[in-house]
Write a protein of this length. Structure first.
Length: 253
């Protein structure tokens, strides 16, 4: 299977309470591709909740390290995985703080409901900046169509510079680590309250453990992102070039 775009994300361990909670809330498991249609917090109808989570459902439950990008024309998926594996071996696992349900404002006055870690994690910010800079050589430059789709009128000068330099405006000192739970909404307070309660009931450990990088792929414009491979941090094994058949499959290491 070929992929149109890739993204490098953080995801919780697939056996964890946090992963199950995130997949239930957004309505899809990006590892298996299965839909999760039975969740809605108290006071919300199933269909209405499904509509409120359409954006995060498409991308899968994740925290962004390197936003979706097209691969350079002279590289293939195996080259990409080799680069990520080599990078992951240079980073040791760490805890990035305790997760809390809250709101994250957008440039148009709305807000997403998200899980975000507290306190500020220097290790997480260092990892994000290293990934953005260190893996940028695999990214194809944006097309004119991609440039036109991005509304830069709401971006600050620094964000515009980052968009041009790194393909995404919210990187480095504009980086705001979070797991997205809902679409952007005008008034998120009620949703935040509902999901805080669900989070407290369903997730035993609130610690954001960073122990792997996860490669996601998108097969078609507007399509869903699927997990392709999870790269544990700090492994000292020699790099192993994957066969095309294995590299094309979705799997967890």
């Amino acid at each position: 299977m070929s992929y149109r775009r890739y993204a490098l994300y953080l995801m919780p361990p697939p056996e964890s309470d946090l992963w199950r909670f995130g997949c239930d809330v957004i309505g899809r498991d990006a590892l298996t591709g299965d839909l999760r249609a039975g969740f809605a917090p108290e006071g919300h109808e199933l269909e209405a909740w499904h509509d409120l989570t359409s954006d995060p459902r498409r991308y899968g439950f994740h925290a962004t390290l390197k936003a979706p990008f097209r691969l350079r024309a002279d590289l293939d998926a195996i080259d990409l995985m080799d680069n990520i594996a080599a990078f992951a071996r240079t980073v040791s696992p760490f805890d990035a703080g305790e997760l809390h349900v809250g709101a994250m404002a957008t440039d148009d006055g709305r807000a997403f409901v998200v899980l975000k870690p507290r306190p500020h994690s220097k290790a997480l910010r260092a990892l994000e900046e290293a990934a953005v800079r260190g893996l940028d050589a695999v990214r194809a430059p944006p097309t004119q169509e991609e440039r036109l789709r991005r509304d830069i009128s709401r971006l600050s000068p620094r964000q515009r510079y980052y968009l041009e330099a790194w393909g995404y405006p919210y990187v480095i000192d504009e980086f705001r680590p979070h797991y997205t739970l809902t679409n952007a909404v005008p008034d998120p307070a009620r949703l935040v309250k509902s999901l805080r309660w669900e989070f407290s009931l369903r997730v035993a450990s609130r610690q954001m453990r960073v122990d792997a990088l996860t490669l996601f792929g998108e097969t078609a414009p507007g399509g869903e992102f699927r997990i392709l491979r999870r790269f544990p941090l700090g492994r000292s094994l020699r790099p192993r070039r994957l066969s095309p058949r294995v590299a094309a499959a979705a799997f967890i290491d």
